[in-house]
Ligand binder design. Structure first.
Ligand SMILES: [Ca+2]
Ligand SMILES: [Ca+2]
Length: 160
């Protein structure tokens, strides 16, 4: 509980009538776009190419990652390997698009996972990856399926 206390105090000072958020919204979801390579053949002004749609909690607004598109998201803290799944990747749509996930603790060295994300939410257990703490998540499109071509990434959530 002690880790929540300072933020609650700050929040109560600014917004007395709302009280404290029960969860750490800022810390539970990917918070920063660290790197982005959009789908090559699309006009960059398409709204579904906005990488910031993948930040924060899942909200149905997605960034489309087609073949050769890549997005690196950063958390404000290191995600630990705790019992059970540690990360959840949210995709929207049932067009069969898939993405390759890679994890990193420093933003330089990425470990690609064997499993492919897609078809709703995909959970990742760090115990199966060899990583003990992760701050960066890379999502790479593998195909151009669907109206908004490729993997429609909504959000990445830390489960601990
Ligand atoms: Ca785990
Ligand atoms: Ca979103």
């Amino acid at each position: 509980m002690s880790m929540f206390r300072p933020r609650c105090l700050v929040f109560l000072t600014a917004n007395l009538w709302l009280g404290c958020f029960p969860g750490e919204i800022r810390d539970r979801h990917a918070a920063v776009v660290d790197d982005y390579q959009p789908t090559p053949f699309l006009s960059p002004d398409q709204p579904f190419l906005d990488p910031e749609r993948a930040l924060g909690p899942p909200d149905g607004r997605t960034v489309a990652l087609g073949r050769d598109a890549s997005l690196v998201l950063r958390f404000f803290r290191e995600i630990p390997d705790a019992p059970g799944p540690d990360l959840r990747i949210y995709e929207v749509g049932d067009d069969g698009a898939r993405a390759r996930i890679a994890l990193s603790s420093d933003g330089d060295r990425f470990i690609e996972l064997d499993l492919l994300a897609g078809g709703g939410s995909t959970e990742i257990d760090l115990a199966n990856t060899g990583e003990v703490g992760v701050t960066f998540v890379r999502v790479r499109g593998l195909d151009d399926l669907g109206l908004e071509p490729g993997f429609d990434l909504d959000a990445v959530e830390a489960l601990h």
